[in-house]
Design a protein around this ligand. Structure first.
Ligand SMILES: [Zn+2]
Length: 120
């Protein structure tokens, strides 16, 4: 199985991470293991997210609504991930995200769900 590796630095504490995933998702919610900031990685942009982001994303029905929620609840400070190898986003991706978020109550839970998926 080919794993994508993704390197990013936390916009809050600047610590660097490398994560391995089956594929790089268009949206990933993670908690920085170092400073515990809630981070959103959307389209390769890592931003610091507020607590309300999860709630708004869960209510979103489309890619555009997710995008709007991200813009509303994240701060501008960000770092970038190289997404050159990533395939195009499909409706299935949006559906899978909604299923994942349906199982998650906090950023910590989302992190668990994503970890679980990456081991498939
Ligand atoms: Zn951090």
């Amino acid at each position: 199985m080919i794993m994508e590796n993704m390197t990013f630095s936390c916009p809050s504490c600047s610590i660097e991470y490398e994560v391995f995933l089956k594929e790089i998702p268009f949206l990933m919610l993670i908690q920085c293991p170092s400073c515990h900031s809630a981070l959103s990685c959307f389209e390769g942009e890592i931003t610091v997210a507020s607590d309300n982001l999860l709630e708004d994303i869960r209510g979103a029905e489309s890619y555009d609504e997710i995008k709007k929620a991200i813009k509303k609840h994240t701060t501008v400070k960000k770092s970038l991930v190289n997404l050159s190898n990533r395939r195009a986003i499909t409706d299935d991706d949006i559906l899978n995200l909604k299923i994942d978020l349906g199982l998650s109550k906090t950023f910590k839970d989302v992190f668990k769900v994503i970890n679980g998926n990456s081991k498939k």
